[in-house]
Write a protein that binds this ligand. Sequence first.
Ligand SMILES: [Fe+2]
Length: 364
Amino acid sequence: MNKFVYTQPVKIWFGAGKLKELGSVLDELEVRKAVLVCGHHYLTHAQTLQQKEPRICAIFSDVEPNPQLSGAVKTAELARANGADAVIGIGGGSSIDTAKFAAAIACGDGDPEAIYHGELPFPEKRLTIIAVPTTAGTGSEVTQVSVMSHGKEKRTINNPVFMPRAAIVDPEMTLSVPPRTTMNTGLDALAHALEGYWSVNHQPISDLMAIEAVRTILADLETAWREPDNLEARSRMAYASLLGGLSFALPKTAACHACSYPLSEDYHLPHGEACAFTLDSFVRINADERLEALCCAVGLSGTAELADRIRSLKEMAGLRMRLADLGEVDLEKLCHDCAVHPLMNNNPVKLSTEQLRKMFEALQ
Ligand SMILES: [Fe+2]
């Protein structure tokens, strides 16, 4: 057996209605004042939360789907102006990633743009990060990743300064997620689990969580998609998303996520749909003894059945899955951008630009 180092520093509060215990989470973390970060659509909820919890001293609700550095800078300014010692991110990946970046820059006076570009280090001190996911997918509540855009540039920054101290995973928060987003985010979680498992950096404890995440997603994603109000299915998916996040936090993701960036940037697929676009292809490409063992553990006959199950979930929800669905495609550029993405190095099978071209051409 290989040697490994395992760590998971986030305290996790999980369960339906857990957000009602925000006060005791703040007590335990000794938070005096917190800025809350969310999207526009969550503002009314955020204000209700603020009425119940006066330690929420300010709300930043201008988070966009591809969160901009400017939002993190404004949140950090709000935190400084109010003397906050914590930032609470409530939402999908965008709000949580904004909260992470804001908390990481709020205690210094370095130029945020220089920090963003890696020309200046993050300040040594940072604010406490509390992550409250409202979708079952990103796993951002348990990772040290923040995906942040500045103008047209989009960077995935991996740094321990972004690790939340606490995650409150309340499945009730996901009840209002529309079916298509449920499918996109659920397949993102499936990609996290599979990629964490087949990453060249895989390790035994992460593997266990990946297997349980895959088992749960295959059993419950379709129900959560068909029956948005089914709290049990939503709870199972929230748990699977959390496990998915934990299973890739150390090994990191691989080829599907590498390909998702050009697919999102140039063809505007949402993150989960972009990951799902190549997920079944990579199940076939990466099929080996280990992946067969995972399939066996989750009750499938093998990797072919896993790929078929992913394909039928995409079909069922009407996700884009063929090259023709992307409009006019510059295949040369797409394959090049996928091939040079750093996450491609984590894939167990090394693919040339030519092999990637064949994979995309097969998606007709
Ligand atoms: Fe993802």
